[in-house]
Design a protein around this ligand. Structure first.
Ligand SMILES: NC(=O)c1ccc[n+]([C@@H]2O[C@H](COP(=O)([O-])OP(=O)(O)OC[C@H]3O[C@@H](n4cnc5c(N)ncnc54)[C@H](OP(=O)(O)O)[C@@H]3O)[C@@H](O)[C@H]2O)c1
Length: 336
């Protein structure tokens, strides 16, 4: 019999690929969504939809118990729902940490007997690496996130590790790109207009993972006998930040005006905008000081060797191939 897997945040960028990959790897797939979630990328007829209210522990328990009665026990849960951008700083903790607690507590209370609970955390939960040595971020090192987002993900990780009820896996992906992603899209759009902007004038190294490779590794680890450990996920390469622009320019066949804006004036301006917006609108701007601090950190290299060893595979996509497929998709779908 097929193993049952519930994937929360299934309607999002990464979630939709987790669903596709889980179907591909032969799971019976349950997409955890909200009533309001967009199902555009969840069209496969084999998908079962499970409405979950992650904000209410009691309702969540009832929903999970009802699903258990109707479909049977879930074998695996990949808890991928989360906020990468928020209107208010508190929302990061409420959703990323609080809803993880709610999910685990409700799973336990509903009598679900999971073989594994997989948390999609983030490399941001580690914080950036050393800016002098440019040594990669290592799995075993102390986690020192610099953003509220990173701190909220670390809070979720701590709860998962300490809950002791289900075997677990924590996944820490670096920046994820691919079709359906709207964050890298903004950079690609600017390059398409001939502008190549970078925050910070100093050396910056980044790691990346193509969404299909991330999904393949997450579902692979979920179905494997591996339990109770964490994995950093990247394609294994180290990219100078300009390589991103070079790849996009070459794929789009564009010449650009490269603009490197020093981080300090940007931080001053963004701090002022953030204060004004919070005062008058009570919300955070998309580019807030936390985000700027994070994206302008010089060293986002990471060591994902253990993941690829344990899965006996390598990434199928590196920047140029992944970005080519992404841009083709953006064009085919009129996003670009
Ligand atoms: N993108 C990256 O580069 C990256 C890197 C590392 C880790 N991650 C992590 O990967 C996960 C998915 O990120 P993504 O980039 O795919 O983001 P996304 O496209 O914004 O998707 C987020 C998903 O979470 C759901 N969600 C958000 N708030 C929710 C709430 N209050 N209640 C229930 N569901 C909620 C969304 O549901 P709706 O569709 O209903 O809004 C959506 O399905 C997140 O946990 C994120 O922290 C992302």
């Amino acid at each position: 019999m097929k193993k049952k897997i519930l994937i929360t945040g299934a309607s999002g960028f990464i979630g939709s690929y987790l669903v596709e990959e889980a179907l591909k790897q032969g799971f019976d797939v349950y997409a955890g969504i909200r009533r309001t979630s967009n199902r555009e990328f969840l069209q496969d007829k084999r998908i079962h939809f499970v409405e979950l209210n992650l904000s209410s522990p009691l309702q969540l328990e009832q929903q999970l118990a009802a699903n258990k009665q109707f479909y049977g026990n879930f074998d695996y849960v990949v808890h991928n729902a989360g906020l990468t951008q928020a209107k208010k700083k508190e929302d990061f903790f409420t959703v990323n940490c609080g809803y993880t607690k709610n999910m685990l507590t409700a799973l336990q209370a509903s009598g679900m007997e999971l073989q594994k609970f997989v948390l999609i955390s983030s490399l941001a939960a580690y914080g950036p690496g050393d800016t002098e040595t440019f040594e990669p971020i290592e799995l075993e090192q102390k986690q020192e996130p610099i953003s509220i987002y990173g701190k909220s993900k670390l809070c979720a990780e701590a709860f998962v590790r300490s809950s002791n009820h289900f075997p677990y896996i924590v996944i820490n992906p670096t920046a994820v790109y691919g079709p359906r992603d709207k964050d890298f899209l903004e950079f690609v759009k600017l390059i398409n207009k001939g502008i190549e902007p970078y925050i910070g004038i100093h050396k910056q190294m980044v790691s990346l993972i193509y969404v299909k490779d991330l999904a393949r590794t997450v579902i692979g680890i979920t179905g494997s006998p591996i339990i109770d450990r964490s994995y950093i996920v990247s394609d294994g390469l180290a990219y100078p930040k300009e390589q991103l622009g070079t790849a996009v320019k070459s794929i789009l066949d564009k010449r650009t005006l490269k603009i490197k804006i020093p981080a300090i004036p940007i931080r001053i301006i963004i701090t002022a905008i953030e204060k004004v917006q919070q005062l008058f609108l009570g919300s955070l701007p998309f580019l807030n000081i936390d985000k700027v601090r994070e994206i302008s950190s010089p060293n986002w290299l990471c060591n994902s060797t253990q993941l690829w060893i344990d899965l006996s595979t390598t990434a199928n996509y590196y920047l140029e191939d992944g970005m080519k497929e992404t841009i083709e998709w953006y064009k085919e779908n009129n996003w670009l």
